[in-house]
Design a protein around this ligand. Structure first.
Ligand code: EPU
Length: 422
């Protein structure tokens, strides 16, 4: 078991580069399975979730090399083997294998990736999409089976829920369906857009990228890709920006698309954090002025405030003078980290599974705390950066799943953070 030891109180300063997006890399790697040809994908973050996915793909017959963030992958044949449940459950995103395996083999059987600490993670909208494309879907308590012996047929689909991985699965399936498909209420997060660009590079015909209505013309053959570069991780960029702001630091965050985080910058203005935005960077600047609370931090689908930045931003609000309201609309299990934050001295009030108040300002105190999930883990590190004394953070395997070189990046900005084994 590994831990972080953080000694708080240092203002971050310097420049840092954002890595490739986890949530784009995972569906893009899965999409590479659509073709027998070689795909070269750059800017893949070297994180645990990517290694777990590659392990599953090796089991299914893919051959690859992964060095210096470049993945070269080729799947000449997809073996019709049942992926062991232990592997599937390690990675929620293994659900993204449904479409590529279905398209290559006309059938797929996968055990449920399971729920997780965020609360229930239903997949009904994925399955609805497959049925609308003409597939036969069978569900048991243990697995999902999808068959399309005669291939899939395009349809006009209104997604029952705006789901990121649901949209990604149905986009991939629609690309290989005969005729035209319209996907309404499609998710449009930067990672969904990046998957669409990769698919178009493979020969797909997707229009409306970045909107909630996608028009897709099916194709029968997908080709390899000479060089696709994964979009920068806007969630990592946001996490670093919040880390800089909470320490009243002076940090330039590079290699990013600031436009993906418009709503975060609005909230920075509301709080009173000075910053400057460039074409592919943002500069967070120090101030001695008091931070103000936010009237309502409501998570929404893109381009709304990302649920994945809710916990990090809530930690920042513990330093604002007044009461801020959090409204988590996507997941009912995403406020649990507030109990850890209270151990550090934060004053919070959980009103119901989706709403909480943060009453600031509070001087956070270093104590032993745990990461509840990937983003809550990052939030605990952010809290530790301003806490008095030493914070020991456990369950950091969650953080390793999705942030590349997290502690190295923070250390390069002057944070006192180290990893140790129990
Ligand atoms: N939903 C349904 N039915 C479905 C699918 C989703 O009701 O069939 C509901 C969910 O219960 C939730 C909402 O729709 O209330 C959104 O869930 P979504 O399906 O969009 O989540 P996901 O695709 O499982 C992805 C990211 C998550 C991120 C969410 C929301 C990946 C691999 N995961 O999950 O990322 O929080 O979208 O943006 O892209 C993370 O990176 O830490 C992470 C958890």
């Amino acid at each position: 078991m590994q831990f972080f030891r953080v000694k708080g109180g240092k203002a971050l300063s310097g420049e840092v580069k954002v890595s490739g997006s986890k949530n784009a890399a995972l569906p893009i790697i899965c999409a590479s399975v659509l073709t027998k040809e070689k795909c070269v994908i750059k800017n893949i973050p070297d994180i645990q979730d990517v290694h777990t996915l590659l392990h599953i793909l090796k089991f299914l017959g893919s051959e690859y090399t992964f060095e210096n963030n470049v993945l070269t992958i080729q799947t000449k044949e997809v073996k019709t083997k049942t992926i062991p449940h232990d592997l599937v459950k390690c990675l929620r995103a293994s659900i993204l294998l449904l479409s590529p395996i279905l398209i290559r083999n006309n059938k797929v059987k996968l055990s449920y990736p399971g729920g997780c600490v965020l609360g229930k993670r239903p997949i009904d909208s994925h399955l609805y999409g497959y049925m609308r494309l003409g597939a036969k879907v069978t569900e048991t308590n243990d697995y999902i089976q999808i068959k399309s012996p005669k291939g899939l047929a395009g349809a006009d689909i209104t997604m029952p829920e705006i789901s990121v991985t649901g949209t990604e699965n149905i986009i991939v399936a629609a690309c290989a369906s005969k005729g035209k498909t319209i996907i309404r209420l499609a998710a449009s997060e930067p990672h969904v857009q990046d998957l669409c660009h990769m698919l178009n590079e493979m020969g797909a015909k997707i229009r409306g990228i970045g909107t909630h209505t996608l028009h897709i013309e099916g194709v029968s053959v997908f080709k390899g890709v000479k060089s696709h570069s994964v979009t920068p991780d806007y969630l990592e960029a946001g996490t670093l920006a919040i880390s800089a702001a909470i320490t009243r630091g002076n940090v330039k965050i590079k290699n990013m698309h600031p436009h993906d985080l418009e709503v975060l910058w609005q909230k920075f203005e509301e709080v009173g954090i000075p910053f400057e935005v460039g074409k592919n960077w943002v500069h967070i600047k120090p101030t001695h002025k008091r931070y103000k609370p936010v009237h309502k931090l409501q998570t929404l689908i893109f381009p709304g405030f990302p649920t994945d930045l809710q916990a990090p931003f809530a930690v920042l609000l513990t330093q604002a003078h007044g009461v801020s309201r959090i409204f988590e609309t996507l997941f009912e299990g995403r406020l649990g980290y507030l109990f850890e934050l209270e151990k550090m001295g934060a004053k919070t009030e959980i009103l119901n599974p989706n709403q909480a108040l943060i009453i600031g300002p509070t001087k956070l105190q270093g104590v032993p705390i745990a990461s509840c999930d990937l983003r809550a883990g990052a939030a605990m590190v952010i809290a530790a950066l301003v806490a008095k004394g030493e914070t020991i953070i456990s369950n950091i395997n969650y953080i390793d799943r999705g942030y590349e070189n997290f502690e190295q990046k923070l250390r390069s900005l002057g944070a006192d953070i180290e990893r140790f084994d129990s």
